[in-house]
Design a protein around this ligand. Sequence first.
Ligand SMILES: NC(=O)c1ccc[n+]([C@@H]2O[C@H](COP(=O)([O-])OP(=O)(O)OC[C@H]3O[C@@H](n4cnc5c(N)ncnc54)[C@H](O)[C@@H]3O)[C@@H](O)[C@H]2O)c1
Length: 245
Amino acid sequence: MIRFDGRVLFLTGASGGIGSAIAALFHQYGAHLFLADCDEAALAALQPRLGSADDVATHRLDVTDPRAVAGAVDACTRRFGGIDYLVPAAGIYDIKPIGEMTDDAWRRVLDVNLDGVFFTCRAAIPKMRDGGAIVTIASIAGHRAGVDIPHYGASKGAVLTFTRSLAVDLAPRLRANAVSPGLIETTMITGLMQARGPALLASTPMQRLGRPEEVADAIAFLCSDRASFITGETLHVNGGLYIAG
Ligand SMILES: NC(=O)c1ccc[n+]([C@@H]2O[C@H](COP(=O)([O-])OP(=O)(O)OC[C@H]3O[C@@H](n4cnc5c(N)ncnc54)[C@H](O)[C@@H]3O)[C@@H](O)[C@H]2O)c1
């Protein structure tokens, strides 16, 4: 059984669908939680759902602001003494054909999904305790071509490469792995499912959307000592869509 008693999780995108499932699971396993998100109201609603406020801190954070990210890491260190697990889950999704791609639309997705991950890792790594683990959240879109998401796909492909670089640079002190979810039931993919849901589900051998909790389980495994010799890898969580789609 996985236990994270006394360990500290630094999580961005914490009030999102996948983020809140990660928060709940790590809390159940005994971790202290530092939960960061730009959506302050959603963060405030999440904290009481986790139980004790003693071991859960929330922090409003825009991951595209490197100074704010450094401040959040300092706040976490002051509160809990260090960081054991880092999951930079904040992300945005945007459907836009390349012919309609504006500079701003391209930049915004790269800012949040790639620069935000870089800023978070750069600030947190020096505060991470030996034996800790980073798990980034990429996407099936970082491996396969998606429809009308060139900016999102590019950002997630870069996250995969960045994660492998971290794994080499940080070993043996820390491990770094990625999870690549397929279609997970959160509000992020509402528009996609309205546009192409039946076809996408028909291409998924498991014939359903994934649950945020199923992504959280993969992340907890990769953080745990059960994955103590796994670094620089990608764990797909997609119900078979990657191999069949
Ligand atoms: N849902 C899916 O099917 C799916 C598939 C593959 C990958 N992912 C990835 O999983 C991660 C979580 O996605 P989700 O499905 O939970 O989506 P979500 O929209 O429910 O959660 C994303 C969270 O990120 C936060 N966020 C956005 N911009 C931010 C910023 N600048 N600073 C701080 N926080 C910010 C949002 O407030 C939100 O709480 C994302 O990185 C996403 O790209 C999701």
